[in-house]
Design a protein around this ligand. Structure first.
Ligand code: ADP
Ligand code: MG
Length: 249
């Protein structure tokens, strides 16, 4: 897919470094995600992919460098931080729904608490989003009554309810049974087609090939390659990427 025209920089990382004790998990990361762009991040386990995502919405602090989301520099505190988190939607491997709230309640809560919408308006929007991800009929159930694929689609609806400017997905299908992976990827593909800016960490190479504008390959805390899916999958430049692809394809 061609990178959308005229997409300006929405998420910018410059020289980002992060250590956990003596472990150097992000090494001088430079990455710009443009509005409307889908960036798929791949790489071996432990290469820093999750830490990168978590740094973008400040679930992790960084030691050095700059992270700017829609012109708002990190670190943000207090009100600024809440605003930033609302702008950056995140979907995790484990669905992280509120177990004691219904599906509808899950998708309504943040709109009322953070976006200060009135309940009726929030519920209407929640129902529309549940419909969009194909689980409208599950609105009054509790998360535990849903399949993993349905729960993950609710988690996507919940993130979308906050009207984020960018969506981060950290291995959203890794905890799912195989037959449920596609229903979640299809929702993500549709979101991409609708022009959402997305950063997606995944091992689903079919998704990377078909939905990504750009593939970013990480190894040992560094971005080793950042290129089109065609080039990455057919002509990887680095030995690390060749080795990675030979193991997973
Ligand atoms: P990936 O998502 O690519 O598998 P992560 O970003 O989760 O990689 O982790 C990168 C490295 O940082 C790994 O070696 C991991 O063990 C380590 N790590 C991640 N989170 C923490 C933490 N909170 N404390 C210490 N080490 C961590
Ligand atoms: Mg991870």
């Amino acid at each position: 897919m061609p990178v959308p025209d005229g997409g300006d920089a929405l998420v910018v990382l410059r020289g980002v470094d992060k250590h956990f004790g003596t472990l150097h998990v992000l090494r001088s990361i430079d990455l710009t995600v443009h509005r409307g762009e889908v960036v798929v991040v791949v790489g071996p386990s432990g290469s820093g992919k999750s830490t990168l995502c978590r740094a973008i919405n400040r679930l992790e602090t960084v030691d050095a460098g700059e992270i700017v989301v829609d012109g708002r520099p990190l670190p943000a505190e207090g009100r600024e931080l809440a605003a930033l988190r609302a702008d950056v939607g995140m979907v995790f491997q484990s669905f992280n729904l509120f177990a004691h709230k219904t599906v509808l309640g899950n998708v309504t809560l943040g709109q009322v608490k953070v976006r200060k919408k009135d309940r009726k308006e929030a519920e209407e929007r929640a129902r529309a989003l549940l419909d969009r991800v194909g689980v409208a009929s599950q609105a009054d159930k509790y998360p535990a009554q849903l399949s993993g694929g349905q729960q993950q689609r609710v988690a996507i609806a919940r993130a979308l309810a906050m009207e984020p400017k960018v969506m981060l997905f950290d291995e959203p299908t890794s905890a799912l049974d195989p037959e449920m992976i596609n229903e979640v990827l299809e929702v993500m593909r549709q979101l991409a087609r609708d022009g959402m800016t997305m950063v997606v960490v995944t091992h689903e190479m079919g998704f990377a090939r078909s939905a990504a504008h750009r593939v970013v390959f990480m190894a040992d805390g560094s971005i080793v390659e950042a290129t089109t899916p065609e080039e990455f999958f057919t002509a990887p430049r680095s030995e690390r990427a060749k080795d990675f692809l030979s193991k997973i394809l």
